[in-house]
Design a protein around this ligand. Structure first.
Ligand SMILES: [Zn+2]
Length: 626
């Protein structure tokens, strides 16, 4: 089945990237002190735990019944359709049950009820997955010509995309005995990433430093992301030096783990008869490698725009010799934007108005009808997410709303996901509703862009304008350029390994430093990079995700280009974009983006996005008086 559990993960990673260090959080209140209109309505999923358990029993019966379908799928179109109906209905029920358990658990993890529900549903979800695991292999045994003929039947109409996706990957599936060996090998293959996580979160002796303020800080990764942005330059330098020295001390072990990961990716790509590791990784979502390669090419070509921003950054910081440790310091005065939840509603409604009446109408529902759990309360899960997997109910949004700009922007982001789910669920049959990860962050980031455009349209205060522009430019630096650098590094190390070059610490350092210098413009005199920072590769957990990161960049570019067009009043672009949201997962990712008028194999979306970046630099230059 399509990876339903991975979607929230993708979103969480992205939001932490977008938001960076969290602002001072509001103090959580007891849940019963929050008025009902600021809490989500769990009862829309099930009226009570009793109802939930009744439905759970039904699911368990279905799991048993599905066994009767084993060995039957090739018997004819009717039988196949009947069994798929059963399987997908089971899944649909399971999502809803899972949603209820998650809401109860996430709103207060200290309560026994949530813990119980969660552990029950986790077990049942595993059983559901296991019960369905025979389906794909059995479908694969049906001769392709016969299956294609069956697919013309009305009975299989809802499964067109699902079946096509199975057929598409057929040539990379091995005979059963070999698949069994691969499945067993799969159990060993998480050792590099597991060990990396343990080493970097539990065992690494992170250094203690003393800042000029007298403050004593233990530089864990979380503290590093916080203190790398401090205003005092000597402190920043100290943070960088000590943090990277700590990684350098372990670089041979860290290199060996990363090499293990790359070899693992290559092993699976190779035995599944892919030409290269990149192709294997992207084939999972049917994304052509040209999208990846074009992304690197376009972002590289746009480096002069980044350099312009970095030169402005140096000037605003008042330094002549910009270093890598100066990239996170704030260049604009800190502003506190006070945005209570009630005014967030008004701001978002006008920011998203260019998306049309229907969109705005549903937005109103979302605010009024219990989609959102707004405020931090005791025991509640941190961060933010949207979960639209309960097909027959509305999406749910978890926030920890803190009355500031970050919260507003997070709300816009999560509404993007929620509206995408809502429109897809309303317009597609269940088997085709779930949208692919590759397009998921487009909906959220388009909303963030529309919000920024709206705020800049109205904001008169100079400091606040500078703040918004600074945020925009930092998003470009971290989500476009930094991620493209990572994507290029990831591609290179896989290519080296494929050629048989050992991935030693020296080799990784050499390659990483070369990319840092090229991306940030050392030869152009923009920056000077201390060779110590070459070891930054050892700090990026995403290199263990098998070519995942490029999607941050492609989503950001696609979303920026869509938002720019829509905000300029282009109603054709708007309708095309809404068409994409409504299409859910009924097409492959690249076709979906093309529906929205974005061709990621071309330069157009990139040039529109980098124009927007240039505009922000122009204005910030003016406001800063440079
Ligand atoms: Zn997201």
């Amino acid at each position: 089945m399509p990876g339903w559990r991975t979607k929230t993960m993708a979103c969480l990673i992205t939001s932490s990237l977008f938001l960076g260090a969290a602002a001072e959080a509001a103090k959580p209140r007891p849940r019963d002190q929050v008025p009902a209109k600021y809490k989500w309505k769990v009862e829309d999923l099930y009226k009570s735990r009793k109802e939930w358990e009744k439905d759970l029993a039904r699911l368990k019966r279905q799991v048993k019944q599905l066994e009767k379908c084993k060995g039957q799928l090739g018997r004819g179109v009717k039988r196949l359709a009947g069994c798929l109906d059963q399987g997908f209905d089971m899944l649909r029920r399971m999502y809803r049950l899972y949603g209820y358990a998650s809401r109860i658990y996430d709103q207060d993890a200290r309560q026994k009820e949530g813990q119980e529900l969660k552990s029950i549903i986790k077990k049942v979800a595993t059983d559901t997955d296991a019960a369905m695991s025979f389906i794909e292999p059995e479908i694969l045994r049906i001769p392709e010509a016969r299956l294609r003929k069956w697919m013309k039947s009305r009975l299989l109409a809802d499964y067109r995309q699902y079946l096509d996706n199975i057929i598409r990957r057929r040539k990379h599936i091995l005979p059963e005995p070999q698949e069994r060996i691969l499945a067993k090998a799969g159990q060993l293959s998480s050792v590099p990433s597991d060990t990396y996580r343990v080493l970097t979160t539990v065992n690494m002796p992170y250094p203690e430093i003393k800042l000029s303020t007298g403050e004593q800080v233990k530089l864990t990764p979380a503290m590093y992301t916080r203190y790398r942005a401090v205003d005092n330059r000597a402190d920043r330098l100290l943070v960088f030096q000590e943090f990277w020295k700590a990684h350098k001390a372990f670089r041979e072990s860290l290199a060996s783990l990363l090499a293990g990961q790359v070899n693992k990716d290559h092993f699976f790509a190779d035995v599944r008869k892919y030409r290269e590791d990149l192709e294997a990784a992207l084939d999972e979502n049917n994304v052509p490698t040209s999208i990846y390669l074009n992304m690197i090419k376009q972002v590289r070509a746009a480096r002069p725009v980044l350099w312009r921003y970095l030169r402005l950054r140096a000037k605003m910081l008042g330094i002549k010799d910009l270093g890598y440790h100066d990239l996170y310091a704030s260049i604009v005065p800190a502003v506190k934007m006070d945005v209570p939840y009630e005014s967030a509603r008004g701001i978002l409604t006008s920011a998203l108005a260019p998306l049309g009446d229907e969109y705005v109408k549903v937005l109103g529902h979302a605010f009024d009808q219990g989609w959102v759990d707004v405020y931090p309360t005791e025991g509640k899960r941190s961060g933010a997410y949207s979960d639209g997997s309960a097909y027959d109910v509305h999406p749910y949004i978890l926030l920890n709303y803190n009355d500031d700009y970050e919260s507003l922007s997070t709300l816009a982001h999560e509404f993007g996901h929620a509206m995408h789910s809502w429109l897809a669920n309303k317009n597609q049959p269940f088997p085709m509703a779930d949208y692919p990860i590759f397009v998921a962050e487009v909906a959220s980031t388009t909303n963030e862009n529309l919000l920024r455009i709206e705020l800049l349209k109205k904001e008169q205060d100079k400091n606040r304008r500078m703040f918004l522009l600074g945020q925009h430019l930092e998003n470009f630096r971290t989500t476009v350029f930094r991620q493209a650098l990572f994507a290029e590094f990831e591609l290179e190390i896989h290519r080296l390994a494929q050629k048989g070059v050992p991935l030693t610490a020296d080799k990784l350092d050499e390659l990483y430093l070369k990319l840092l210098r090229e991306y940030y413009g050392e030869a152009e005199g923009v920056i000077k990079i201390d060779p110590l920072y070459a070891v930054e590769w050892a700090y990026i957990p995403h290199f263990y995700y098998n070519f995942y990161m490029f999607q941050y960049t492609t989503s950001f570019i696609a979303a920026t280009s869509i938002a720019e067009k829509i905000a300029s009043g282009d109603t054709r672009a708007r309708d095309a974009y809404l068409g994409m949201l409504k299409a859910g997962g009924s097409k492959y990712p690249v076709q979906l983006l093309k529906m929205a008028g974005v061709d990621m194999t071309k330069s157009e979306p990139y040039s529109i996005a980098f124009e927007a970046m240039k505009k922000s630099i122009d204005e910030l230059e003016k406001l800063a008086g440079r």
